[in-house]
Design a protein around this ligand. Structure first.
Ligand SMILES: [Fe+2]
Length: 382
C-alpha cells in the first residue's frame, strides 16, 4: 500500500505569455529590486528584455548576471551572489535553462544560509531561501519545479547535487513561448533530458501511482512531440506539449527521485564537460537495458507510452522494446551514438565511477548497483 509525503514547493503559472506575469509576481513577493540570472545566449536571443519590461512596469528594478556557462560551477554562484549583495537586490529571477535556474536557486539559498554550496552536500539546508522566480527557456531540466540544484566544483571536478525544499524556487512561470527560439541541438538535448527524468521517475524505487501517472504521461508526450519540436522549432503546439511533459516529469521526479542515469551523467559533465542532456541521452538506453529485468512492468509502460503495440507480446518483450524505442528517438533527434564522440576518454572512467557511486540515485535504482556495474555501463556507452 502506498504511503507518501507529497511536498511540491513551487507556485506554478503555466501557458503562453505567462512569463509576462513576472513583474506582478515579484511585486506580490515584496520585491523592489531583483538580480536576473541568465546566460549570454538567452540574453542575446532577447528573452530577458520582456522580463525587464514586465518588472519595470511593476516598479521593480533589475541587475543582470549573465555569466552562467553550459554546466554551472560553484564559482558562478559566488559571483552572482556578490552582485546580488552589491546591488541590494532582495530576490532573484532566473531566465534560462537548468544552469541559470540552478545558479539563481543557489544564490537565493546561499544568501540566507551562508557558507559555500559544497558545505551542504549530504547535509540538511536549514533556512528558507530568498524569494526566487524561475522562467525556463528550455523544456528539459524542470529545475523550476524541483528541490534540486546541481553544480560542479571546479577544483575537484565533482558535480554534486543538493536537494531540499529550501533549494526550490518560490514561483515558476512556465511559458512555452520562451522556448520558440531554442536551437535544434539544444531542443533535442534538453528534450532527451526531460525523457530521462520521466523514464527514471517511472522506474525509481521511490515511484508510486501519483508520480508514475505523471511520469508515464510525460514519456508519452515526449515520444510524440519531441521529434516535431526538433524538426520545426516554431511549431507552437510541439513546444507547448514539450513544456507540459517537462512540467509533469519534473513534479513526478521531484517526489520519486531519479535512478542511475543521472548518477552517471553528472560525472560525465563534471569531468569531460559534456552537455547534461546529451550525456543523459547517450547513457539512457544502456542503463535501461541494464535495469529492464528488474522493473518489467515499469519499462513495459514506458514502451506503451512510446507507441509500442504491446498487445501480442509478453510484458518482458514489451519492456525490452522500450530500450529500442529510446535508441530510435536518439537517432531521430540527432544525439551522438557514444560518449567517445563527446570528448569522454576511457582514462576518466575510474573517477566518474567513484563520483557516480556518491549519488543518491544509486539507492533508488530498481537494480542493486555496484561500482563494477557502473564501470561496465560507461564502457558500453563509449
Ligand atoms: Fe536532468
Amino acid at each position: 500500500m502506498d504511503r507518501f509525503l507529497f511536498r511540491q514547493p513551487s507556485f506554478v503559472g503555466y501557458g503562453a505569455g505567462v512569463a509576462q506575469l513576472v513583474g506582478e509576481e515579484a511585486r506580490s513577493l515584496g520585491l523592489e529590486r531583483v538580480l536576473i540570472v541568465t546566460d549570454r545566449g538567452v540574453r542575446a536571443a532577447g528573452l530577458v528584455d520582456g522580463v525587464i519590461a514586465s518588472l519595470a512596469s511593476a516598479g521593480i528594478s533589475a541587475e543582470i548576471y549573465d555569466g552562467v556557462g553550459t554546466n554551472p560551477e560553484t564559482t558562478m554562484v559566488d559571483e552572482a551572489l556578490a552582485l546580488l549583495k552589491a546591488s541590494g537586490a532582495g530576490g532573484v529571477v532566473a531566465v534560462g535553462g537548468g544552469s541559470p535556474m540552478d545558479t539563481a536557486k543557489g544564490v537565493a539559498f546561499l544568501a540566507t544560509n551562508g557558507g559555500r554550496l559544497l558545505d551542504y552536500f549530504g547535509r540538511d539546508v536549514p533556512l528558507a531561501p530568498l524569494p526566487s522566480i524561475c522562467i525556463p527557456t528550455t523544456a528539459g531540466t524542470s529545475s523550476e519545479v524541483t528541490n534540486n540544484i546541481v553544480f560542479t566544483d571546479p577544483g575537484s571536478r565533482f558535480k554534486f547535487g543538493l536537494s531540499s525544499p529550501n533549494c526550490a524556487a518560490t514561483r515558476a512561470l512556465v511559458d512555452p513561448d520562451m522556448t520558440l527560439t531554442l536551437p535544434r541541438g539544444m531542443t533535442a538535448a534538453t528534450g532527451m533530458d526531460a525523457l530521462t527524468h520521466a523514464i527514471e521517475s517511472v522506474t525509481s524505487k521511490g515511484a508510486y501511482d501519483l508520480t508514475r501517472s505523471l511520469a508515464v504521461d510525460a514519456v508519452r508526450l515526449i515520444g510524440e512531440w519531441l521529434p516535431e519540436a526538433v524538426a520545426d522549432g516554431s511549431n507552437r503546439q510541439a513546444r507547448e506539449r514539450m513544456m507540459m511533459a517537462c512540467l509533469e516529469g519534473g513534479i513526478a521526479f521531484n517526489q520519486s527521485k531519479l535512478t542511475i542515469v543521472h548518477s552517471m551523467s553528472h560525472p560525465v559533465s563534471g569531468w569531460c564537460g559534456t552537455a547534461h542532456g546529451v550525456a543523459n541521452a547517450i547513457l539512457l538506453p544502456h542503463v535501461m537495458a541494464y535495469n529492464v529485468a528488474h522493473d518489467v512492468e515499469g519499462f513495459a509502460r514506458v514502451a506503451e507510452a512510446l507507441g509500442v503495440d504491446t498487445r501480442a507480446i509478453t510484458r518482458s518483450q514489451a519492456a525490452e522494446a522500450s530500450v529500442e524505442r529510446v535508441r530510435e528517438l536518439n537517432t531521430i533527434v540527432g544525439i551522438p551514438d557514444g560518449l567517445a564522440s563527446c570528448g569522454v576518454t576511457e582514462d576518466a572512467i575510474p573517477s566518474m565511477v567513484a563520483d557516480a557511486m556518491k549519488s543518491a540515485g544509486v539507492r533508488m535504482n530498481p537494480r542493486p548497483t555496484t561500482a563494477q556495474d557502473i564501470d561496465m555501463i560507461y564502457r558500453q556507452a563509449m
